[in-house]
Design a protein around this ligand. Structure first.
Ligand code: BGP
Length: 488
């Protein structure tokens, strides 16, 4: 299929993973225990239990059990797809795809195993020097996420995680080391993955354990404030240490439409968009808390404690670009008569005009064009789609081939809408398709929820040859990149 709307010649076609979902080697290279290593999964759980497990987050009981568990089968982030050892072969496949940029996160616990040490772990630094050098050697720029949920567990045990303002100092020590030692190898920085995740998955987002919190919402938004300040200070430090560096802000984009043209549904949609998306990007891109947060916090009974210098920090250190993950859209209404369906990090009401993925996520390519237009119009900042893709239980046929026409259809439709948005005038820097290679899913910790154009022979108990195989979508995406988005 020929797409007649052009992408800029320097458009950055890429692929994305996260350290905790791909590297494995959870206790190798002097890496410390991190919060993702503690998330439990059982392959015998049915669909309902798996969805529930996403919402359970973390409990004190699970936390204590996991701290001393030697078992790896039930902790998939401990083995993932062993990218720590296979990255050279995997990057060769990504070079074959023609990727212009590769997004991954850096594991904090590889660089500072406990998180509060004075000196970093040289083995951890060397791993990322080697990884990013290999990317550059293979013609790929590096898009590095500094924190993609995985936080050293020691910081939770000793300091209580992001509730404690000390975390900002530990996090900035980590950033300083990354800028010093990896700064020349990284082209785009993201201080946090989906900084709004703390609202919807507080364990992933800010290391909170619900049964330990008297006022959960208060804890969530105090953690969020510390992370927003940390994001601004990470921008400041990068601009001082790495002049000309590009440091972004990222959210999970929860695009939501009014369920009907009834005015109360429209108001519902404005509030949903403000509270789940714009609150975070307003602070990171405009540099202050928007006025609508007063009502949001009042309704939640939350009082965010700020230090006198915080407003100045936020105002003077806004991001260079905005980035987001986009998978699906939702609808907004107070009418409880709608069917509920699942989505990234949260569930929502079902849009009768949209199809859903096998995991209930509503497939909405036009929503990507809407999101791009709305965000660019609001901030006039360059945008970068850091995640987009479809999770599916890809099953090899008798010859071991994976015919994932549904993934080609999904990606084609979203690439077409990106082209429309660019024609609408949006400054879109790039697109790192999520899960360029099969990895452990984040929300439900399932290996069978596959996103990649590269298949990994690994089952949900970590068994398999771990060999890599190209899916049908591999060649489709290679040709898309080769023709700069013309041949779809
Ligand atoms: C986002 C995370 C990614 C990725 C993606 C897909 O929230 O940034 O880590 O996991 O969701 O979600 P899942 O893996 O649950 O299908």
């Amino acid at each position: 299929m020929t797409n007649n709307k052009k992408f800029p010649q320097n458009f950055l076609w890429g692929g994305a993973i996260a350290a905790s979902q791909a590297e494995g080697a959870w206790n190798e290279g002097k890496k410390g225990l991190d919060t993702q290593d503690l998330r439990v999964f059982d392959a015998s759980w049915d669909a309902e239990m798996r969805r529930k497990n996403r919402d359970v987050n973390m409990t004190s009981e699970r936390f204590q059990t996991a701290l001393t568990a030697e078992d790896t089968e039930h902790y998939p982030f401990r083995w993932a797809i062993n990218f720590y050892h296979t990255y050279k072969d995997d990057l060769a496949l990504m070079q074959e795809l023609g990727l212009k940029i590769f997004r991954t996160s850096i594991s904090w616990a590889r660089i500072y195993p406990n998180g509060d040490e004075e000196q970093p772990n040289e083995e951890g630094i060397q791993y990322y020097i080697d990884l990013f050098t290999e990317c550059q050697k293979r013609g790929m720029k590096v898009f590095a996420t500094i924190l993609h949920y995985a936080t050293p567990v020691h910081l939770v045990l000793k300091y209580g995680g992001w509730k404690n303002r000390k975390m900002i100092d530990f996090y900035l020590r980590y950033c300083r080391t990354l800028y010093e030692r990896l700064g020349k190898l990284v082209d785009y920085w993201l201080p946090f993955n989906e900084i709004n995740c703390s609202r919807f998955n507080p364990w992933n987002g800010c290391c909170l354990i619900k049964d330990q919190e008297k006022n959960y919402d208060q804890a969530i938004f105090q953690c969020t404030h510390h992370q927003l300040v940390a994001n601004a200070l990470a921008v400041k430090m990068a601009h001082e240490m790495l002049p000309g560096s590009m440091v972004g802000g990222m959210i999970a984009r929860f695009t939501s439409y009014p369920a009907t043209c009834a005015p109360q549904d429209v108001m519902c949609s404005i509030l949903d968009e403000n509270y789940t998306n714009y609150f975070y990007t307003d602070v990171m891109a405009r540099g202050y808390y928007p006025s609508y947060t007063r009502r949001m916090f009042a309704d939640l009974g939350v009082t965010v404690e700020m230090e006198p210098e915080d407003q100045k920090i936020l105002a003077e250190n806004t991001v260079d670009f905005l980035s987001f993950s986009y998978y699906m859209s939702m609808i907004s209404t107070d009418d409880s008569g709608y069917e509920v369906t699942s989505g990234n990090l949260l569930s929502g009401k079902k849009n009768p005009y949209l199809q859903t993925s096998g995991w209930g996520w509503q497939i909405d390519p036009v929503g990507l064009r809407i999101s791009l237009n709305e965000m660019y119009d609001r901030y006039q900042l360059p945008l970068f789609i850091a995640e987009n893709g479809i999770g599916a239980n890809d099953l090899p046929d008798a010859d071991g081939q994976i015919h994932d026409a549904y993934r080609i259809d999904y990606l084609r439709a979203h690439v077409e809408q990106m082209a429309e948005a660019i024609a609408d005038g949006v400054d879109l820097l790039g697109y790192t398709m999520w899960g360029i290679i099969d990895i452990v899913s984040c929300g439900t910790i399932e290996m069978n929820k596959r996103y990649g154009v590269i298949y990994v022979d690994r089952d949900e108990a970590g068994k398999g040859t771990n060999e890599r195989r190209k899916k049908d979508s591999f060649d489709w995406y290679r040709r898309c990149i080769e023709t700069n988005g013309e041949q779809l």
